[in-house]
Ligand binder design. Sequence first.
Ligand code: AMP
Length: 287
Amino acid sequence: MLQVVKTTAELRELVRRVKKEGRTIGLVPTMGALHEGHASLIAAARAENDFVIVSDFVNPTQFGPTEDLDAYPRTFDADCRLAEAQGADVLFCPTPAEMYPSAEDTWVEVTGNITKVLCGRTRPIHFRGVATVVTKLFHLAQPDRAYFGQKDAQQVEVLRRMVKDLFFPLEIREMPIVREADGLAKSSRNVYLKPAERQAALVLSQSLFAAQRAFAAGERRTDVLVGQVRQQIEAEPMAEIDYVEAHALPELTAPHAVLDVPHLLAVAVRFGTTRLIDNVILDPRTR
Ligand code: AMP
């Protein structure tokens, strides 16, 4: 049975009991509006841990002042059903006041290139908000493993750095991107898309898959692959590009001219007022 927990005190008490019994904990941080992408993370957590905590919290500090905090979809009842169906033990859904109890803030900030490029450039306070709320969740839930999606690949690298630098005793597990049948990456924000925008948005996965095929066929010039994706997206009239870039993994350093180490090839593109992200990893060791 899924237990809905709203306060940090209640969560800490539950976690204390689970730990005392020597059981392992898997944590899946989400902002709710759960879909099959989230479901895959919860299923992985269920398979690998004794106790599964899903957090459902639209974190205000990772939204910029002009972003979609108020409009962000909230589907609490459906979230409970999905989390329960995937075998979660706890759905933790605190209020903002519960998660940010002080009038002033304490921040966790991962510095360097890793938070300045890609989404960090257009969303300057985003990763500080993410690192801070995930730190709070790690302290509250004390997971052995925490589950994140490659959909937000930069976020995963930022959190890996944070876990390493702050000595969090846990493992970050990165799960593949779950897509619609036609290739569009599942996202809570897809509901914002008008039908014509939804159709136009297919250019993201199509252009990234084309680059992936070219890479598999032996193309190793980074500028050629990035240029190919950019050109294909620019040909779609409804698409307004934020970025189309490749960066070397894991620190998202400047791309190599030749793809001799794993790179993240990532895009962020607006369709109307909706900003979508997608990516593929180009790894010369496996592809
Ligand atoms: P969000 O609720 O959008 O903050 O996402 C919560 C977690 O689910 C993050 O780790 C995301 O990367 C992951 N996620 C979101 N969409 C997908 C997807 N389509 N496939 C896999 N994981 C996803």
